[in-house]
Design a protein around this ligand. Structure first.
Ligand code: ARG
Length: 282
């Protein structure tokens, strides 16, 4: 028998990547601006093109719809320029909502807007005692919740999240002010896979992550520096900043489908695709 290896089909990636339809909450950047600085990405003296921010945001929304996901919209509130970053407003697990409590007074009122939206949508909502910035710092991976601290979320909020959400919570301390939220330093790709930037974490947290995710994709610092890890995955398609070209290639190599979006205008507030996207888990 003659086997012509050159015409054999390429082996499929070791893991078949399967998309699961998602439900997201987004908020139009109608009032987006950078007039205070609460992270190193924000420079109030650098002008923001709000029309451009709106167009980029709308392209992100349409990307989700084209991928078959559901997108609900939270009404923007004048005077809350960071409200476009809905990921920070709550954490939803099994339909149950753990509300947020913001570190900075500039964003405090966003928490109430989220709680009201979820209550009106029929979700049980818990108002937290300690500062937690929603999915900015609380990332659901399979059955566990990875929980950031060091800049925004109070470490005491970790036990609170475990009690409210009924999930194991793994504390991870962040050390680099550019990666002030956990979702800027680690991307959840599916129930068992993450991509991350080791240098954004304390040595202890790095050890925890290496033990839990031995096959994790280690991101290049250059990709993290364009907020590449602020990505949204449905298990197969990974929506990520267009500038993170190295990360996109590494994802494709592992069988994921990178879906680049340009959110450069919203990056001026310190956020990327994930920051603009809160997952509503039924
Ligand atoms: N300007 C916002 C802040 O500093 C950006 C939030 C980004 N959101 C995120 N999930 N990382 O709070």
């Amino acid at each position: 028998m003659i086997v012509v290896t050159s015409v054999l089909p390429r082996p499929s990636p070791a893991t078949a990547r399967t998309a699961r339809p998602r439900h997201y909450l987004m908020c139009r950047p109608d009032h987006f601006e950078v007039r205070y600085a609460i992270n190193p990405w924000m420079h109030p003296d650098v002008p923001v093109d709000r029309e451009r921010a709106l167009a980029q945001w709308d392209a992100l929304r349409r990307t989700y719809l084209d991928l078959g996901h559901r997108v609900d919209l939270l009404d923007p509130v004048p005077g809350l320029p960071d409200m476009v970053y809905t990921a920070n407003g709550a954490t939803v697990v099994d339909g149950l909502v753990l509300g947020a409590r913001f570190r900075h007074p500039e964003r405090a009122a966003e928490a109430q807007a989220h709680r009201a939206w979820f209550a009106a949508a029929g979700h049980p909502v818990v108002e937290p005692e300690f500062v937690n910035e929603g999915e900015g710092d609380l990332l659901v991976v399979g059955d566990v919740v990875l929980a950031g601290c060091g800049f925004r979320t109070d470490p005491r909020a970790h036990a609170e999240a475990a009690a409210v959400l009924g999930r194991e919570v793994v504390a991870l301390e962040l050390v680099d002010p550019r990666y002030y939220h956990l979702d800027t330093a680690i991307a959840v790709l599916d129930e068992t896979t993450v991509a991350w930037l080791p240098a954004a974490f304390t040595p202890a947290a790095q050890e925890v992550l290496r033990a839990r995710f031995p096959d994790a994709l280690v991101a290049d610092p250059a990709d993290a520096a364009v907020l590449g890890l602020n990505a949204v995955s449905d298990g197969r398609h990974v929506v990520l900043p267009a500038q993170a070209v190295g990360l996109a290639a590494a994802l494709a190599e592992r069988g994921f489908v990178p879906v680049p979006v340009d959110l450069s205008e919203l990056r001026k507030g310190g956020g990327g695709p994930k920051c603009c996207t809160l997952e509503v888990r039924a």
